[in-house]
Design a protein around this ligand. Structure first.
Ligand SMILES: [Zn+2]
Length: 437
């Protein structure tokens, strides 16, 4: 491979990206260290180190880059550096005067000197070879009506450059997320000023990112970060702008988010579905929307409560409770808690409520029912026993307090460790009473 003709040995797509990297000024500190030995840093998703060895005839002996790219022989960083080396060598051999002049030109002044037509022509040529660039340009300069469509395409373009079925390894995932971040940056920028647009942009990213989880190694958490940024941005946008939207726009936005939440892509990723349903609770000032949401939540809770992972229906039930509490409906909220005691968090709430209103016998009964219900779950059992203990304590039932304390000390390996060690110390020192209160 020769420095003057390396293009014929490198993939076209890589060359285009390399050229863009160079034009964007991402090749930093290119230096000729020894005879023919080049070193450079290339910025991008990360800072990568490129080293190249070129002999006196311009033959490229070796070139390396420490980026994780491994789909082909050469990466865009290497391509960028090769273009930079060639430029540097040509300048070095050019007449002195010309070089001095060229040195002063930065990218901006070079571009400003071009006609609009020649720039358009150049970009069209580049976009023809690089679909990602094409989508970026459409996204950047397209009309706002097309924005959602272009956003979706831009996000997908980066995630599926070779069609579906490709597994993204750890370390490459960032490349797949380039489009997603471009769209999300815009969503964040307009979150405070244009709520509906910001939500729309987030929803162009979210399902694609969730889908990506099933064909990538996200142990670095990059996809997770995109997803949580979508959710947080939507929530922020709604909080900032919902109240100034006219009623029909609020309703349209509500339907949009609801449809997204119920989409199949979130089956198996119910956490994200819950996140979106939670955002919909913010619409509860609108009575018809509130009714619709209540209906959906009720249906989701009932349909899912017998599934092996009750986490989802419990999370939905919590949203229902949140709605009742927001509507300042304490009577109904209490009843709802009482109807859903099978969920651990609801039983805990019911016990707390009973304790704080001095109904210790009620709290005790709830705790005892919990002990019966969760016989097989040591962690839960401990929680219910502790609750029962606190109820006895509040009632001042000394016999029961001692009985339960003994149980903790003698039967439970975890929990009440201090009580246990205290009791053991007492026993060792020869005192007859196991626990004293
Ligand atoms: Zn590289």
């Amino acid at each position: 491979m020769h420095i003057k003709t390396f293009e014929k040995d490198i993939d076209q797509k890589i060359l285009v990206r390399g050229k863009l990297y160079l034009a964007d000024g991402l090749v930093r500190e290119l230096s000729l260290e020894d005879e023919g030995s080049y070193h450079a840093w290339v910025d991008g998703t990360d800072l990568y180190e490129v080293e190249a060895q070129i002999d006196e005839n311009g033959e490229i002996i070796s070139i390396s880059c420490d980026c994780p790219y491994d789909w082909g022989e050469y990466c865009k960083h290497q391509a960028a550096v090769l273009f930079a080396i060639r430029e540097q060598r040509e300048h070095a051999s050019a007449p002195q005067k010309d070089m001095a002049q060229k040195k002063k030109q930065d990218l901006q002044s070079v571009l400003l000197a071009q006609t609009k037509e020649s720039l358009v022509e150049y970009l069209l040529g580049m976009a023809k070879q690089d679909r990602g660039l094409r989508q970026s340009l459409l996204f950047q300069f397209g009309s706002q009506e097309d924005e959602m469509e272009q956003s979706r395409k831009l996000v997908k373009e980066h995630m599926r450059p070779f069609g579906p079925g490709r597994f993204w390894e750890y370390g490459e995932v960032n490349n797949a997320l380039e489009g997603a971040w471009t769209v999300l940056d815009r969503a964040r920028l307009c979150a405070e000023t244009d709520c509906a647009r910001s939500v729309g942009l987030c929803l162009a990213v979210l399902p694609e990112a969730v889908d990506l989880l099933s064909y990538c190694d996200d142990s670095g958490g990059e996809v997770g970060e995109v997803i949580s940024t979508c959710i947080i941005t939507m929530e922020k946008a709604i909080q900032a702008g919902l109240h100034i939207l006219p009623a029909e726009k609020r309703a349209a936005l509500f339907r949009l988010i609801l449809a997204e939440a119920m989409a199949d892509v979130y089956n198996g990723w119910e956490d994200f579905r819950v996140d979106m349903l939670k955002i919909l609770v913010l619409f509860c000032q609108d009575k018809p929307l509130l009714e619709k949401l209540s209906q959906v939540l009720e249906q989701e809770r009932v349909c899912n409560q017998d599934k092996p992972y009750r986490y989802y229906s419990e999370a939905v039930a919590k949203l229902q409770l949140d709605l009742l509490e927001r509507l300042a409906n304490p009577q109904q909220a209490r009843q709802f808690i009482a109807d859903n005691l099978a969920f651990t968090s609801f039983r805990k709430r019911a016990i707390e409520n009973a304790m704080s209103s001095g109904e210790y016998a009620v709290a005790l009964r709830l705790a005892e029912d919990g002990i019966l219900q969760d016989k097989e779950f040591a962690g839960l059992l401990h929680g219910w026993r502790t609750a029962a203990y606190r109820a006895y304590e509040a009632m001042g039932d000394k016999a029961k307090i001692r009985e339960m304390a003994e149980h903790f000390v003698l039967n439970e390996r975890d929990g009440f460790d201090t009580l246990r060690s205290k009791a053991l110390t007492l026993r060792r020192s020869g005192q007859k009473r196991l626990v004293s209160f």
